[in-house]
Design a protein around this ligand. Structure first.
Ligand code: SF4
Length: 264
């Protein structure tokens, strides 16, 4: 096995998933609080007690739907959200025992939907209006999902070869494998959203061209370059832009200096 193959092994997902039994046992610990502070603490307002209760009653499809309805990138967030500071930090069980493992339960439900190839949403009755979205990251995908469910014809213009933005390219695979982000993109594509990849607005297509094709345009441009700090040495060979470095690991395109001086 060469050094690059060995390096790739380091990018396998680290955090273990819950088994079905563990997920059910954990979900049965939840008090299903009426005025649940975990919901208030969730930036996307997921109905956490509801999705947990559905796991306990073996309605995992319904659980995944509850999560993804509030947050179209809920499978990614299950892995990367700082839950100990958000929902789990607010869980009432912190006062008596340990908080519910909300992030892991969220991952359990969305993983189930992914492994069972479930389509969670349907396109709404077609509306004769066309929307162009520039940027296929979390914001662009979320916008596209909402519009497609309402029946709009939606086209996303994405500069990279895959949509998903930061979730696809900006978070290391041992925390967030690309397959998870791909599944979220597929959920949007299955609603009939046209995702045009390798399509950089201003280079591959002009803004005027997009404007002439659509009734409205949404700008959802997120992930960009990391700005220089203007420190001595930051432009020297071997000093890498953090986002670009992570992106290269997710494209199997590691920069050569990472191979090391001995090359093995
Ligand atoms: S605060 Fe904790 S116990 Fe209450 S509903 Fe949320 S996860 Fe369940």
């Amino acid at each position: 096995m060469n050094v690059l193959d060995r390096l790739k092994e380091n990018f396998d997902e680290v955090e273990q998933a819950l088994s079905k039994q563990e997920a059910v046992e954990e979900s049965n610990r939840c008090l299903y609080c009426y005025d649940a502070p975990c919901i208030t603490a969730c930036p996307t307002g997921i109905d956490i007690p509801s999705f947990i209760q559905k796991i306990s009653s073996d309605n995992v499809y319904g659980s995944a739907r509850t999560i993804m309805e509030a947050n179209p990138v809920g499978a990614s967030c299950a892995r990367v959200c700082p839950t100990e500071e958000l929902c789990e930090g607010a869980c009432v069980l912190n006062h008596s025992t340990t908080p519910i493992m909300i992030g892991k339960l969220q991952r359990y439900a969305t993983d189930w939907a992914k492994h069972n190839e479930k389509v969670l949403f349907k396109r709404g009755r077609p509306i004769d209006r066309s929307i162009g979205i520039i940027g296929g990251g979390p914001a662009g995908l979320s916008c596209a999902r909402e519009l497609a469910v309402q029946g709009y014809a939606v086209t996303i213009y994405e500069a990279n070869e895959e949509a998903g933005g930061l979730d696809t390219y900006g978070i290391v695979s041992f925390r967030l494998p690309k397959a998870v982000s791909r599944w979220e993109v597929e959920q949007v594509e299955q609603l009939g959203v046209d995702i045009q990849t390798n399509c950089k607005v201003g280079e591959d297509v002009s803004f005027n061209e997009i404007q002439s094709k659509h009734d409205s345009i949404v700008l959802a441009i997120g992930m960009g370059e990391v700005p220089n700090l203007h420190l001595y040495g930051e432009t020297l060979e071997g000093v890498h832009d953090a986002i670009q470095l992570v992106k290269s690991t997710k494209k199997d395109d590691l920069p050569e200096p990472l191979v090391g001086k001995r090359g093995s």
